[in-house]
Design a protein around this ligand. Structure first.
Ligand SMILES: Cc1cc2nc3c(=O)[nH]c(=O)nc-3n(C[C@H](O)[C@H](O)[C@H](O)COP(=O)(O)OP(=O)(O)OC[C@H]3O[C@@H](n4cnc5c(N)ncnc54)[C@H](O)[C@@H]3O)c2cc1C
Length: 820
């Protein structure tokens, strides 16, 4: 019996110490103390002490440990770990880790999350949103842009240049706006809510491109020349990396720059002969300066001994003889300027290299460092703006449109899709704000930017599909009053650019996340790569034994949190949100454990097991997105009205985290490990559920009813009432109809008839005739009818108006009034 008590006490001590991540010294001291007590009561004898010393001594005495354990293990490690390519190394070195690192390590500190400052706009940034953004949006006509002109109008381009829209990232000393990442995000969200073409055109020069690269790496001469010109819009930049042969595998570009002598402005100089063939380049057709990525080679050793210098970035004026630029691609009826560019043996000076000749070969590192910032801003913000606009418009439409004598938004089937748009809108705003906020705190968030890019663009695609379904034919028939179809058509563009999404999910999020966020893996890799053997063993020893302790701790944490269904784990609040913090504690520990198990059992092969990597990435992503939702709720002052949307978003995310873990265990290559861990991590089965029908109902009610929670869903959406702004018009129609409904009911009651809710003009006349409403009330019914008709009607055209090549027909299209 005493022996049983001893073993229970020993196991319990190990479990508690491991759960709390106690140090090795603490472990050794407490186990020794336990043995001492057991010896005192004659429960254990000399053999136990000998066994203890055999284990404890080598572990605690560094010299013994390093000689007999670390050295042989380092040898094995070097054999099984694959070599990393230079481009992989540079991608991993670029950027920093932030909150996602805490989630990855299995013990998130919720106070730390809530203490990150809430991003805020300066007075100047707010004035820009309220002034130039509003003025710009008033002159943009999306149908004209996407259908009639296939471009923004010259007036819009001029406005963009005059008001610094291309210069949001450029420092004030060069005449730029130098906005925070948060302000850029708010501007892009607002622009997207009216025109995707507009936000794409504005987003690109402010993202990864010449402006960003020049500010970080340009020579003083380059900065002084280009930055003021970019700020004033005198130069339009583009950046060309992608080639027909190198899309996702951008490091494999075949474009070259050969160092050679040549004539430049009447003199012989050492320069480069550039040959490139690039495609998909945004703004290329109108660019005046081409940022170009190519592989630089110095076969004649004119610069030194290195023949293959590597990827290099240069700025080439588009007017340089030999530069072919100006043709357009046609990206999915969202015709922002995008096209190919080519050049053959174009000779330029070495000074065209961004940062000058010393930066030859540094291009990939430069691009990776800047991409971690740009990728977190442009596409997530554009997608967030799109989802929020879809949420507002679809909520209003579902309330206004009636079928079977009911607003369609009251039908349960519609509620399911509507709630999804609402939940995504809240979550998108929360995640984008948190991610851009990290940039303003000085981070270069490479993992977060991949998470945010992937999930915001995917959620935008789902939200727009749901919105289209709810709108039925109204969404499909295109024309000046259609506010959804271009978003629906354009969704795959956001999915494809800056890392096509399948690649981002399967390789980038976890591939970079595992190495960057793990507290020991990068240190192990770096230690194994050290040339000084002594230093390698010491560094590897520190990382490896830290890693082993970390893994043991994760095992006990995941086990206990699964067994207890995380009921006793920490939450900073004890209200309705407490359970989500607890669920995240559990899934964070499970992620940390599964990461180590996956890396331990698959080693370098994990890189090729993309679907395992994708699901680990999904778990990390869901934890990040749920944290963002809870942080937003907290930053907004925990308004009770928002709670159903917060709960919806948390439950949807955490259910997806459970699916990711479950599917990973089901498909784990080592079946024994998969099924044993399945039992340990899910001792009570899959306990998390999707958001309930009741929650769907509550969220869709909020989306259809003007209230504070609905307004908070729509921050930075362009709501101004002007003839060209469908959101403004439909928001007004919603308000007018809600105001008309009690008046309508009064007439129905007095007439003692079950009238349909249309032809409200006639209802107004009837009400006046019956003497139950005033003229002012009758007018409200007439106004509501106008808004109702505008909301449900679709555009129609003379058949010839739709033909792109009118010369095929010898009659002119009739004007609408003529046809009528
Ligand atoms: C409209 C538009 C604008 C763009 N603007 C620019 C620009 O301004 N400058 C610029 O340089 N580039 C630009 N790009 C390129 C863009 O950023 C993408 O990187 C590029 O489109 C991806 O290459 P691809 O389309 O050839 O797809 P491919 O590389 O052929 O990929 C096809 C599919 O395979 C998947 N895939 C590839 N590798 C893997 C893998 N290892 N594991 C799993 N899946 C994988 C991808 O996710 C994708 O789904 C633009 C692209 C478009 C469409």
């Amino acid at each position: 019996m005493d022996v049983l008590i001893f073993w229970v006490a020993l196991l319990g001590t190990v479990a508690v110490l491991a759960y709390h991540r106690a140090s090795l010294t603490m472990f050794t001291a407490l186990i020794a103390a336990l043995l001492a007590v057991a010896s005192f009561t004659d429960t254990v004898g000399l053999v136990s002490w000998i066994l203890f010393l055999i284990v404890a001594l080598p572990l605690n005495v560094a010299s013994i440990r390093q000689q007999y354990l670390t050295k042989p293990l380092l040898k094995i490690y070097r054999k099984i770990m694959p070599e990393m390519s230079t481009t992989e190394k540079e991608a991993i070195d670029a950027g920093t880790t932030w909150w996602e690192g805490d989630l990855f390590r299995g013990t998130p500190d919720w106070h730390k999350l809530h203490n990150y400052p809430k991003p805020r706009l300066s007075a100047e940034e707010q004035a820009f949103l309220d002034g130039p953004c509003e003025e710009l949006l008033a002159i943009v006509d999306d149908w004209h842009t996407t259908h009639e002109r296939a471009d923004l109008s010259p007036e819009v381009y001029q406005y963009l240049k005059d008001h610094g829209f291309f210069a949001m990232i450029i420092k004030k000393q060069y005449g730029g706006l130098e906005f925070s990442a948060y302000a850029q995000s708010c501007v892009l969200q607002k622009l997207t809510s009216k025109s995707m073409v507009l936000s794409s055109v504005v987003g690109v020069p402010n993202s990864l491109g010449p402006g960003e690269l020049l500010q970080h790496y340009g020579t003083k001469e380059q900065q002084d020349h280009y930055l003021p010109r970019l700020a004033k819009g005198l130069e339009i930049p583009c950046f060309a990396l992608t080639s027909p042969e190198a899309g996702s595998d951008a490091g494999a570009i075949p474009d070259v720059g050969i160092v050679c002598k040549g004539q430049w402005e009447g003199q012989e100089i050492i320069g480069m002969r550039l040959t490139w063939n690039k495609r998909y380049i945004t703004l290329a057709p109108i660019a005046t300066v081409l940022g170009l990525a190519f592989k630089m080679q110095d076969p004649d050793g004119l610069l030194g001994d290195t023949k293959d210098l590597g990827i290099t970035c240069a700025l080439i004026p588009a007017s340089t003889p030999g530069v072919k630029i100006g043709r357009r691609h046609f990206p999915l009826n969202v015709p922002f300027q995008n096209g190919p560019t080519q050049g053959e043996e174009v000779f330029v000076p070495l000074d065209y290299i961004i940062g000058g000749p010393k930066m030859a070969g540094q291009g990939w590192r430069m691009l990776m460092e800047c991409l971690s910032i740009g990728r977190a801003i442009t596409l997530p913000s554009n997608s967030t703006g799109g989802i929020k606009a879809a949420a507002l418009l679809t909520g209003a439409y579902a309330r206004i449109r009636r079928q079977f004598k009911l607003p369609i938004g009251k039908m349960e089937g519609i509620e399911e899709a509507l709630a999804r748009i609402g939940g995504y809108a809240y979550m998108a705003e929360a995640s984008t704000t948190m991610s851009v906020g990290s940039i303003d705190l000085g981070e270069k968030p490479s993992v977060i930017s991949a998470i945010t890019k992937f999930h915001m663009t995917e959620r935008m695609r789902q939200a727009i599909i749901d919105a289209m379904d709810i709108h039925g034919g109204k969404g499909i028939c295109m024309g000046p009053t259609n506010y959804l179809a271009r978003g629906y058509q354009g969704a795959p563009v956001a999915i494809t650019v800056e890392g096509a999404n399948i690649l981002t999910r399967n390789m980038i999020i976890y591939g970079q996340g595992a190495i960057r966020c793990h507290p020991f893996v990068l240190a192990e890799l770096q230690a194994a790569g050290l040339e000084d053997e002594r230093a390698a063993v010491t560094a590897f020893d520190r990382a490896l034994f830290g890693h082993i302790g970390f893994s043991i701790s994760n095992f006990f944490r995941a086990l206990w949190l699964g067994l207890s269904n995380s009921a006793f784990s920490a939450s900073p609040y004890s209200d309705a949100t407490a359970k989500y913090y607890k669920q995240m504690n559990r899934y964070s520990a499970a992620l940390a454990l599964m990461s180590d198990v996956a890396m331990g059992t698959m080693g370098g092969d994990l890189k090729r097991r993309e679907r395992i990597s994708a699901r680990l990435g999904d778990m990390l992503s869901m934890l990040y997105l749920t944290s963002a939702v809870l942080k937003r709720f907290n930053d907004d002052g925990r308004p009770a009205q928002d709670l159903p949307i917060v709960q919806w978003a948390c439950e949807d995310n955490m259910y997806k985290a459970q699916v990711a873990l479950d599917e990973m265990l089901d498909n784990f290559p080592n079946r024994i490990v998969g099924s044993v861990l399945g039992k340990l991590l899910f001792p009570w089965g899959r306990t998390l559920r999707k958001p309930s029908d009741q929650l769907d109902h509550q969220v869709s009610r909020i989306m259809q009813t003007p209230c504070e929670a609905r307004s908070r869903l729509a921050t930075n959406v362009y709501l101004t009432l002007e003839p060209n702004n469908q959101i403004g018009l439909i928001e007004k129609a919603l308000a007018d109809i809600l105001a008309a409904e009690p008046i309508f009911d009064k007439v129905v009651h007095a007439a003692n008839k079950r009238l349909p809710f249309f032809r409200l003009n006639e209802v107004a006349d009837l009400g006046l005739e019956l003497g139950v409403i005033t003229e002012a009330e009758a007018q409200k019914l007439r106004v509501a009818e106008q808004g109702r008709l505008h909301t449900i009607n679709v555009d129609d055209f003379d058949p010839l108006e739709l033909a792109a090549d009118k010369s095929l027909f010898d009659i002119k299209p009739k004007a609408k009034s003529e046809a009528a």
